[in-house]
Design a protein. Structure first.
Length: 262
């Protein structure tokens, strides 16, 4: 895999909600080589605090040599990133990890929850391009409320794909979990489910797929220190008793390989 470490310019910073931001960054190399499900490691400050880079899924890429990340402010690193100004340069390493395998047979179903929605847009765009003569992907998106979901929902709707939504408070779409939406679908056996979100949500998706003998790929979200498999900090327990590493063996795994301990 090609890994690029470079200073990239922040082209645009958008505040989507009170604590969710979307950044557009300029890197022809990263934009051209990235695949859906891969991520970048971003240094969020110029000093030694915070010391470690932060991982972010690639939201989408553009032919103009830019790519986007979407994140929620949850700590010092993301707070610093949210305050970066357009024109500043950020140290970025990527694209990293193993992305989704794109399938061309059967229906493609994308399930994203919370900030796990981030890699789903890139995936949807690539699937539309790869499977242009087939049925477009079915997208299921869930979040806590309308405010959190709406800004990213607009990007999916712009693609022309059918989107089913769910919110915890019922402010947009189904009042409940996005997995409720998945249970009501009846895809063909050869369909592929792609998933990213909180661990309990992904475990539920994996269980539904196992019950219906559906193939499922999940992108695991976990803390990372290096992003390249050197520190061995982002371990994922597997069904065979071994461990995988989210940064190098993943972040995308076949759901049936993971030991879903909650």
């Amino acid at each position: 895999m090609n890994q690029i470490q470079e200073k990239v310019q922040l082209i645009r910073s958008e505040r989507l909600t009170a604590d969710i931001f979307r950044l557009t960054l300029a890197s022809q190399a990263i934009a051209a080589s990235a695949a859906p499900g891969q991520f970048v490691m971003v240094r969020t400050g110029t000093a030694h605090d915070p010391l470690l880079r932060r991982p972010f899924s690639i939201y989408q890429t553009s032919s103009d040599g830019t790519f986007q990340i979407v994140f929620k402010v949850i700590g010092r690193g993301t707070t610093l990133l949210a305050h970066c100004r357009e024109g500043e340069e950020l140290s970025v390493l990527g694209p990293l990890g193993r992305g989704y395998r794109l399938e061309q047979k059967g229906q493609n179903i994308l399930v994203g929850g919370g900030m796990g929605i981030a890699p789903m847009l890139f995936l949807a765009k690539r699937l539309l391009k790869k499977t242009a003569l087939q049925e477009p992907p079915q997208v299921l998106l869930g979040a806590r409320n309308k405010e959190e979901l709406q800004p990213m929902l607009v990007d999916f709707q712009a693609l022309g794909v059918r989107v089913l939504t769910a919110t915890d408070d019922g402010s947009l779409g189904h009042h409940g979990l996005v997995t409720d939406r998945l249970r009501k679908l009846h895809p063909a056996p050869e369909s592929m489910v792609y998933c990213c979100g909180p661990k309990p949500m992904m475990a539920a998706v994996a269980m539904i797929c196992r019950e219906r003998s559906l193939a499922c790929q999940v992108s695991v979200e976990t803390a990372m220190a290096c992003g390249m498999g050197a520190c061995l900090g982002c371990t994922i327990p597997l069904q065979d008793g071994s461990y995988g590493h989210a940064c190098s063996d993943g972040p995308v795994f076949d759901a049936e390989r993971i030991l879903w301990t909650l």
